[in-house]
Each structure stands twice: as structure tokens, then as C-alpha cells.
Write a protein that binds this ligand. Sequence first.
Ligand code: GTP
Ligand code: MG
Length: 354
Amino acid sequence: MCMRKETTPESVISRKIDYEIKKDSQTLSTMKLLLLGGGESGKSTIFKQIISFQDENTKKEYTPSTDSITKNIFTNILTSIQTLINSLSLYQLEFTNDSDKKASERVLSVCEQLENINQSIFQAIAVDIKALWANEHIQSIFNNPKRLYLINDSSEYFFSNIDRFLSSSFKPNQTDFLRVRVKTTGIIEADFTVETVPFKIIDVGGQKNQRRKWIHCFQNITCVLFVTSLNDYDTVLEEDGATSRFSDSLGIFTEMVNSQWFLQSAFVLFLNKVDLFKEKIKKVPLNQHLTDFQGRNDSYNECSTFIKDKFITANKNPSKFVYHHFTCALDSQAIEVVFKSIQDTLLSDIVSVL
Ligand SMILES: Nc1nc2c(ncn2[C@@H]2O[C@H](COP(=O)(O)OP(=O)(O)OP(=O)(O)O)[C@@H](O)[C@H]2O)c(=O)[nH]1
Ligand SMILES: [Mg+2]
């Protein structure tokens, strides 16, 4: 199934006709898609997107309530401002005026009881958050290309939109939902149907302590969707504060793509967060972190191809073809196109296993 197939229009049409004939006469087995990759690479964001392409019932079943999304937005904002406040000392900085000092104390005290956060508490603390976000030291450490701390990739988006979240009639939109970060723990599954074929998509947590659960999902996987963040070449794992996220991601990819579990599975690599990567290479030269990169640091094509090749050549099975896509998981239209192409490949591949 993972072999590269003839893709002329005639061959695709022919396979589809075969498929149509066979699907009428047999019960099709479930297409199982498994999202894998390190923490924060974008797996759950792609999972959310795939659910959003399905029918209304499926969307309703697998989309969290607006209350829980709103609460997570508040939590994301508070966690991000807390990170920034606590990181000032890493740059030998501190608040110089009294009002910002007092605001930071109030914010940190709300952060101690994040589980109680609600609209009215958030409304009351928002003035402080806004003042701190505007503080020159906070801005300087946020914009410093040498990040000595880890902060959610959507933090700037949430700070910029804070006024919208203050209205008591606030309802999160799809972008808010895609942007909000909730670390996955456990195994999340969703079932849906495409052209009468049952699909199951499985999302797992990518952080190290979550990975021992992965093996429970490895059986009968039709297609692995491996997600890596291009933007991670200069960052370390949140789990240990030391391991390079790039090496970690390449390490797990190498293990998974060559694993006996996935000999029969199709394999798709998402080189995600292209939007952030394009901006980052302008400020943080790629060869400072990936020292064997010989190309031009200011060329997106050369930088992204270098990373892609590192992954693709990690596949040691000559009969396995790894499809790859450069993605921004927030871009619904682009992800829909990618997902449709994966779906089409899998559906036309069914014929060979029926
Ligand atoms: N700018 C940008 N942000 C992204 C992209 N993909 C994901 N994000 C954001 O990155 C954060 C982490 O994404 P998740 O989808 O939660 O990552 P994950 O791989 O599921 O992480 P774990 O559950 O910890 O394994 C979220 O705030 C997303 O909105 C992208 O392509 N561009
Ligand atoms: Mg997740």
C-alpha cells in the first residue's frame, strides 16, 4: 500500500472505478490514520482541521464546547504572560515602575489558581495583562531572537486579540479554536465516513511522557501522519529543557518510518509551521543550529529542502515512499487540499487490498 503508484489521470480513474465496483460488493475495513510527532508540532491542530472538513454531526461530536475553548484561551493568555514575567530575570531585567510591578504580582496570583479562571476573573485581570504586554522589557524579551524561555506559538495572536475576549457575549471563532493550545494527554480518536468508507483518526500526545502510550495504537494503521515543526530548529524540549527539538523529532521519525509496525502503512510527513519558519530564518540563521547546512540562510527553499531531505533520507526502506507536505496547520484551505490528496491516494489504494 505504501508503494508509489502510477498517477496518470487514466490510472487514477481506472483505480477509482475498480474501487467503486468493489466497495459495492464488500464491507470496507476502517481506514486508520495515526498522527505522530513531538509535542507542539501541530498534530491536534491538524486533527481539528480534519474534523472541521466533515459533516455537521461529526463536527458537533468532536468539537469541544465554546465554554471550554474560552476557558483554554484565558489559560493560554495567563500562562504566556506568566512565562514572560518569570523570564525577565533570565535577561537580567526587572520592572522599573511600581504600577507594572503591582500588576505582575496580581497576574501571578491569578495564575496560582488557573483552574478557577472564568469570564469575570479574566475581565478583572485583563487591564494588568495588557499593561504588562505593552511593557518595554516584556516586548524586548519577546522580540529578542535569542529566546531563553519557551512560550506558546499563538501567544502574540492571543495578546493582540485580548479586547475581543472581554465581551460577555464572546464566542470563539474557528481561528481562536485552531490557535488555542491544549497539551494532548492520552489517546483521542474520531470516526467519520468518506464516500461510504469508514475512517478513524487517532491523535496522541507528543511529549516524552506520552510516547509510551503510542504503541497501543500501532496495529493496523493505514496511514501515519507524522508532524514535525520546521520552526523548531533552535528550540529545546519543554520536557527536559535541553534536548534539541529538531534532533528529537528526527529521531522519532527515523524510528517510526523504519518500524516493523508500519511496513504496510502509508507514510506522510507534514513539515509544519512554515509561516513561523519563514520569519525565523530571517532572524536566526539555520546554520547556527544545523551546522552541516551549506546553503543560503536567507533562502526559504534551500533551508526547508535541507530539513525535508534530513527526514526523507532517514527512511531506510527502499520500497516505502514517504509523501511530504510543507504546511501551516492554521491554513484551513491548504490543509483541506492536502487531506483530500491523502484521502484520494488511500481510497484508490483500497483496491489493491480488497
Ligand atoms: N503559527 C502556527 N502555529 C501553529 C501551526 N500548527 C500548530 N500551531 C500552534 O502550535 C500550538 C501547538 O499545536 P498542537 O496542535 O497543540 O500541537 P501537538 O502536536 O498536538 O502537541 P502535543 O499535544 O503536546 O503533542 C497551538 O497553539 C497551535 O495553534 C502552524 O503551522 N503555524
Ligand atoms: Mg496535541
